[in-house]
Design a protein around this ligand. Structure first.
Ligand code: ATP
Ligand SMILES: CCCCCCCCCCCCC/C=C/[C@@H](O)[C@H](CO)NC(C)=O
Ligand code: CA
Length: 559
């Protein structure tokens, strides 16, 4: 076990002020947090400079106990004073008296339950597993059982949240997304920051989000906790764990479209979501069913992807590491992401430029046909894929991983998908590339139209138009929009009949065999389980924008 991979966190009191104390690596640190969970100044003491820890409230000179209670302890350490005039600043003995939290601390949470998420067990999970633990810990909760989509988001955006230490969702990734949008939107409103400008650095959010998993995929919970167990999540909330999380803002032109944590995906994942929405009645099984259908269609799509690479010195998506609790890459990123601030919450009060230097650098362009394009701020693991879309991605390093899967045959793509479920490297395939990025732009290559698709094949020197009627006469011509799959069969069929080597094929009216839908050269974007209304989007990572009641995945080799 490496000592710097361990972090212990707790809430402590000094006088009547609450502090978030942590023992992380070689440092014991405490940060004042106000009633709304906003962090103030942090004091850090290297463990090697701790002189001693005594139970109770203890004076320094002469060393005597003032008050002895097993809830208090006093820390003595080397205090570095500010510089003297030209000579080395003297050290002194630092002393801080801490009080453990169970006295006087009353945590209050706002809980949203989606009664229809996943297997529709949200209410039961909360009342049987979560509420008794909250009661035991003296946590009060205000519970809202939602009656419509976006109710939780709107509540957080509009209602008075004074007195709440955090917001909790009982549901799946969709419910988490509602809380994410509510908390980010509310924070920007209060800070007077426009969410629409992708170049602006958003105000980090202090109100913590907790996730009690009760959905179909529970990807965000699984990725940040290492499992989707409601009791584990509840315990992280009770002990007040705090995990910063990167968020990707998705824009269309100069308008914010949505925020994403787990995946912004085009092609396969977009198609699976679109197909699954038609089969919501199947519950969680709808993703398996739709996954099979879309896989059989073997589609690929043209696209022009531009990305801004992240600094490759600190980490890479192929370095075979895992972002674990107390991750060094994530802790070190905090200084890079918030260089001017002692604590993230003082961002705007510090009166420093809101424009981030994170968007400086050279953009790289990739053009081609893709089976899928995925962007994920985190590893995006879930029960189906325990290591996730990008196993070495970090929760809070201010970057996302861009995965480009180029057009390939069905077997190749199945190999790629299957490697998400085992220990083999899904990026070690000739048609897959992965990049660690800070921003991405997607556009359709010139000439690609959504409504009316055309592809060229040769017939001698002559170009022919194949009409819809012609196509529908021949069942072999029922095809998807790819050239690797069904359309090749279609072309072969024509070759056999008329020795066709090139023709201009208008495919309006064609229907795909497996899925029965019209072929399109344009897919849709899946943004954390929601279909986006735009194709040409730009995405930008907002490092450590929100905080969860979590601590990342604990190293399973550590007892
Ligand atoms: N009372 C409600 N009626 C209808 N829809 C709701 C209600 N409450 C929340 N929703 C919406 O339901 C959607 C799906 O819910 P949720 O994320 O909890 O479950 P899921 O889709 O089964 O899980 P996952 O997102 O993990 O696949 C959310 O996007 C949310 O906006
Ligand atoms: C032959 C076996 C094939 C198995 C394929 C498994 C691939 C799993 C990859 C995991 C991706 C998870 C991405 C997360 C997406 C969520 O944001 C979203 C909302 O819940 N879920 C979906 C399904 O879109
Ligand atoms: Ca990240």
């Amino acid at each position: 076990m490496e000592i710097d991979s361990v972090r212990v966190e707790s809430s402590l009191w000094i006088g009547n002020k609450r502090y978030r104390a942590s023992l992380s690596g070689w440092y014991f640190s405490w940060t004042e947090v106000d009633k709304r969970n906003r962090e103030k100044k942090t004091i850090s003491v290297p463990v090697s400079e701790v002189i001693g820890v005594k139970e109770g409230r203890v004076e320094i000179q002469p060393q005597k106990k003032v008050e002895d209670t097993d809830l208090d302890f006093t820390l003595f350490y080397v205090k570095h004073n500010s510089k003297g005039n030209g000579i080395r600043a003297p050290w002194s003995l630092g002393r801080t008296q801490f009080c453990c939290p169970s006295r006087g601390l009353k945590t209050s949470l706002l809980v949203f339950i989606n009664p229809f998420g996943g297997k529709k067990r949200g209410k039961q999970i909360f009342h049987s597993l979560v509420a008794p633990l909250f009661e035991l810990a003296g946590i009060s909760s205000h519970v809202v059982v939602t009656e419509r989509a976006n109710q939780a988001r709107d509540y957080i955006l509009k209602k008075d949240l004074t007195g709440f230490d955090g917001v909790i969702c009982v549901g799946g990734d969709g419910m988490f997304s509602e809380l994410l949008h509510g908390v980010i939107g509310r924070t920007q409103q209060e800070a007077g920051v426009s969410e629409h400008d992708p170049t602006v650095m958003l105000q980090p959010c202090d109100l913590h989000i907790g996730i009690i998993p009760a959905g179909s995929t529970d990807c965000v919970c699984f990725t940040t906790m290492g499992n989707n167990d409601p009791v584990t999540s509840t315990l992280h909330i009770i002990i007040g764990d705090s995990q910063p999380l990167d968020v990707c803002s998705v824009h269309y032109q100069s308008t914010l479209v949505r925020y994403s944590v787990s995946m912004v995906g085009y092609g396969f994942y977009g198609d699976v979501l679109a197909e699954s929405e038609r089969h919501r009645w199947m519950g969680p099984l709808r993703y398996d069913y739709s996954g099979c259908m879309v896989y059989l269609c073997n589609r690929s799509y043209p696209g022009l992807v531009q990305y801004l690479p992240a600094d490759s010195h600190s980490s890479s998506p192929r370095d075979n590491t895992r972002c674990l609790s107390g991750c060094r890459v994530c802790s070190e990123s905090k200084e890079r992401l918030f260089p001017h601030f002692e604590s993230s919450s003082s961002l705007y009060s510090a009166n420093v430029s809101q424009y981030s230097s994170e968007l400086e650098g050279e953009w790289v362009t990739v053009e081609g046909r893709f089976k899928c394009i995925s962007l994920t701020c985190v590893s995006s693991s879930c029960p189906r894929s325990p290591k996730g879309l990008s196993p070495s991605a970090h929760l809070a390093d201010g970057t996302a991983d861009l995965i480009l899967v180029r057009e390939t045959n069905s077997l190749g793509f199945l190999t790629y998908l299957h490697r998400h479920t085992n220990t083999q490297d899904q990026f070690d395939l000739p048609f897959v590339e992965v990049h660690r990025v800070k921003a991405v732009r997607f556009s359709l290559p010139p000439g690609e139209e959504e409504e009316e698709e055309e592809e060229e094949y040769e017939e001698g020197d002559r170009e022919i138009q194949v009409s819809t009627e012609n196509v529908l006469e021949d069942p072999e011509k029922l095809c998807c929009s790819n050239t690797a799959g069904h359309s090749q069969q279609h072309l072969t069929g024509r070759k056999e009949r008329g020795n066709v080597t090139k023709s201009r094929v208008k495919r309006r009216g064609f229907v795909c065999g497996p899925c029965g839908t019209k072929p399109r050269s344009v897919s849709v974007w899946n943004c954390d389980g929601e279909i986006l209304p735009h194709t040409e989007i730009s995405c930008r990572v907002q490092g450590q924008l929100v905080r969860l009641f979590a601590r990342g995945i604990e190293d399973s080799t550590t007892p």
